[in-house]
Design a protein around this ligand. Structure first.
Ligand code: ADP
Length: 439
């Protein structure tokens, strides 16, 4: 089968967030399984000189005819095509983003007409419109439901030259994601539990009814980890490498982490590596802090985001210098040291489509304490590889940590390290879904 992925970002070329990780790993896993795999991205001029120039392509957009330059590269068994539709487009999500991604989808659809392929796999709203423009079967994946690609109908008409079809309209505006949800043969999101949750008003971001209507073609498939990169046995960013056979070596990382952060060695050490946004629930942790410290826990937190949270945790670290450490930065090295050195990993997300951090933590022997939502609930086995708690409240966080501290840390760590978080089984699930979509 020949599959073309369409997305806004993909490693190893351009990364803003987790979407790039998925588009870096999944196509490779599919290529390894024998599928002919191509990834099509916009060419962002700020992402450096990628690929070699293959040719040009004419397409219609916004009342005119334009030329896109096509660039190509090859990596890990996957073919990459970069469509240069706007020489001033420097990075993903740069404004005017809706116009730019619509233009990219238009050019991609024209390019696809000349290609032999069996299936289009489009990711998030940035690739949604192409699902409606191509004449082959398409699969659409929701990675982030919060962003749907919304524009006014008259703007849509100006850019595409036609009035929006009723399938595109949602609450009086054009919603590109909704268009793809209706047009795709199959729709997926990144965990089975999240696939159910998004059909409810609480999690559906305004699209819960549409998602409920299409539930017959909606499935959840978990993301995998890049287990070559995230491997405590070979991780060169760790002071001490280890695996399940010599787990005692992990204590060297714990000692180094305590040394670096100045925390008290007698603490039960909770680690966290996160964006500090409402989604991730760290406002609850801030409120829960006195209760957590009462339990004998301490916290090392690495993260950036909302200013009130950053200043709240900075103040807590000043107030409890031996029990709370906070680094307001994006720091790949410290992240590895936390996964490889903390006793536990805290992830109290309000919602979590899949989540990678809890899988990394399990693989590194730091059992997660997490909210029972989305991919957290699908990847953590309560009482076996970690602890899941229900209420999104400070009391819920304290109760989760309290339960965790009563369990045997090492058995949980070993159970988590023994789990398979690779892409292999998810790649198989996508393959089956592709077969259904084309038949
Ligand atoms: P999301 O994609 O919603 O932010 P995930 O758990 O899926 O959450 O993925 C987050 C990834 O980003 C993990 O690999 C985590 O280690 C990394 N990360 C998040 N914040 C930081 C930070 N401040 N420094 C280093 N890595 C970070």
């Amino acid at each position: 089968m020949r599959v073309v992925h369409l997305a806004a970002e993909a490693l190893p070329f351009v990364k803003v967030g987790g979407l790039a990780d998925v588009l870096g790993s999944l196509p490779r896993a599919l290529a390894k399984a024998g599928l002919q795999t191509t990834v099509v991205l916009p060419r962002y001029t700020g992402a450096g000189a990628v690929g070699e120039l293959l040719g040009e392509l004419g397409y219609h957009f916004a009342g005119g005819t334009h030329n896109a330059r096509i660039w190509g590269a090859q990596a890990g068994g996957v073919s990459y095509r970069f469509l240069e539709v706007d020489p001033d487009w420097s990075v993903p999500y740069e404004q005017p983003e809706v116009e730019r991604y619509l233009r990219f989808n238009r050019a991609a659809a024209v390019w696809l007409e000349g290609q032999g392929y069996d299936l289009l796999h489009a990711h998030d709203w940035h690739a949604a419109h192409a699902v409606r423009l191509v004449d082959r079967p398409a699969v659409f994946t929701i990675h982030n439901l919060a962003f749907q690609g919304v524009l006014e109908p008259d703007e849509y008409q100006r850019l595409t030259g036609s009035a929006p079809d009723p399938d595109l309209l949602h609450e009086g505006r054009v919603n590109l994601m909704k268009g793809a949800l209706l047009a795709a043969r199959r729709v997926t999101t990144v965990s089975p539990r999240y696939a159910r949750e998004i059909q409810t008003p609480e999690y559906g971001m305004g699209l819960h009814r549409v998602l409920g209507d299409i539930r017959g073609k909606l499935a959840g498939i978990l993301n995998g980890l890049d287990t070559g990169y995230w491997n405590p046995a070979t991780d060169s960013l760790l002071p001490q490498r280890y695996d399940a056979a010599n787990l005692e070596r992990r204590s060297g990382n714990r000692a180094a982490l305590l040394d670096e952060t100045g925390l008290d060695p007698n603490l039960r050490l909770l680690g966290a590596v996160t964006r500090l946004t409402w989604q991730k629930g760290f406002d609850l942790v801030l409120e829960a802090l006195p209760g957590l410290l009462d339990l004998g826990a301490g916290l090392v937190l690495l993260g950036t985001g909302e200013i009130e949270l950053e200043s709240g945790f900075a103040a807590a670290a000043r107030r409890y210098p031996e029990r709370v450490a906070f680094h307001a930065a994006f720091d790949e090295i410290l992240a590895h040291k936390i996964y490889g050195g903390a006793d536990y990993f805290l992830m109290p997300s309000r919602y979590e489509p899949c989540g990678l951090a809890q899988m990394i933590a399990m693989r590194y022997g730091a059992p997660p304490v997490a909210r029972a939502t989305g991919g957290l609930a699908d990847t953590i086995e309560d009482g076996v590889t970690g602890v899941l708690f229900e209420p999104a409240s400070p009391a819920g966080v304290v109760e989760g940590v309290r339960r965790m501290l009563e369990l045997d840390r090492e058995s949980l760590a070993r159970a988590g390290m023994a789990r398979d978080f690779s892409w292999d089984s998810s790649a198989r699930a996508y393959q089956e879904l592709y077969q259904e979509a084309v038949s």
